[in-house]
Design a protein around this ligand. Sequence first.
Ligand SMILES: [Zn+2]
Ligand SMILES: [Zn+2]
Length: 444
Amino acid sequence: MTAVPCRLWLIALSLAMAPAVAWQPARAADVATNKAAVEQSLTAQYPHLEALYKDIHAHPELSFQEKRTAAELAAEMRGLGFEVTEGVGRTGIVALYRNGAGPTVMVRTELDALPLLEKTGLPYASTAKQMLRGVETPVAHACGHDIHMAVWVAVAKTLIEMKDQWSGTLMFVGQPAEEAGGGAAAMVKDGIFTRFPKPDVGFALHVGPGPFGYVTYKPGVINSTSDGFAITFIGKGGHGSRPHVTIDPVMMAGHFIVDVQSVVSREKDAARFGVVTVGAVEAGNAGNVIPDTATLRGTIRTYDEDTRAKLIEGVERTARAVAMMAAAPEPEIKMSEGAKAVINDDTLALRSAAVLKAAFGDKARQISAPGTASEDYSEFVKAGVPSFYFGIGGLDPEAVAESQANNISLPGNHSPRFAPVPEPTIRAGALAMSLVVLDALQKK
Ligand SMILES: [Zn+2]
Ligand SMILES: [Zn+2]
């Protein structure tokens, strides 16, 4: 033990860890001034932002195939005077804008969309198709990453127009493959924090099915861990009329889908969050043929490592047990580690929350529990970038209130009917992001 009192150690430690610029808490009057300037910029930009949003929405691209999207954003950023590097982590982009001494602040958007058929009925709905694992599939921006991209461009333009108000370096990152996972890790592996300045802080946001004009935030853990699995049950195919001479892998798949839920309901601590979902079932292509194999793909979500380990072990054990019950060979089990939980930096979250409160009033709300989705932004946090990841709503507040009153849920992220309302959503997102970034880059 040391003779130095703990308090002094804490002070010494916090000084050693203090960022290059000593931040002062934001004053409400400064936030109000910045808010007025940002809103003025957004009003002037809005027609361009909406056109950009609709173009990206109508041309979605799958994870690591975001070539058109990346090129479009790179052109936008070059037009604003950013120094842009493409192809970072395969299809990612890094855009830098140096504006004097001060911290480097990262703002991240995702670039990718999802393999599903859009059913919003919007005039700018996607009809795009791309190849996924050798099969042509419809593609749609059903997670709102197109909103994030429009916000990202809006924030970049706003901050450049306001460059007399701040000093430091903007690092705008367009990350590929958030949906499939692996995009942030690919950028880290490709040297995003060695070939380019390492950010002092980072920001990202996500749109959800809450009311537009609202922002939500939380210090600490903000969303879940995510692991994927693919399990192939190996049977013995044959005629559907003679099951006794086969080993039926479809039956095994059925057992597994039901039995694995008892790991969640009987083995997991009921007080801890954990989900196992089987989202894809691939087996056979004729009603009268028992196929040789059946493959299931699924996802495991938790908030903590113990629960994660328990669910992974339970999934693997259930798969082996089901095969054993059918006197089948061991199944092939492939686990793929996805994202860790995103953990917000407490200090940055508190000061950013104060800015959001000052600007949005009652429409800025701290949430009590993390979300159940996950996000590989955690790779940037893991690489040492203290971050603030927050949420914005995207739906009509009246529709949200009505759905809550009737206890029905509106289509949210990953639904083919998820349809954020562009103008208020993009404007609120861009306002929130611009203000927290301005706060991080405030002049001494
Ligand atoms: Zn998503
Ligand atoms: Zn998303």
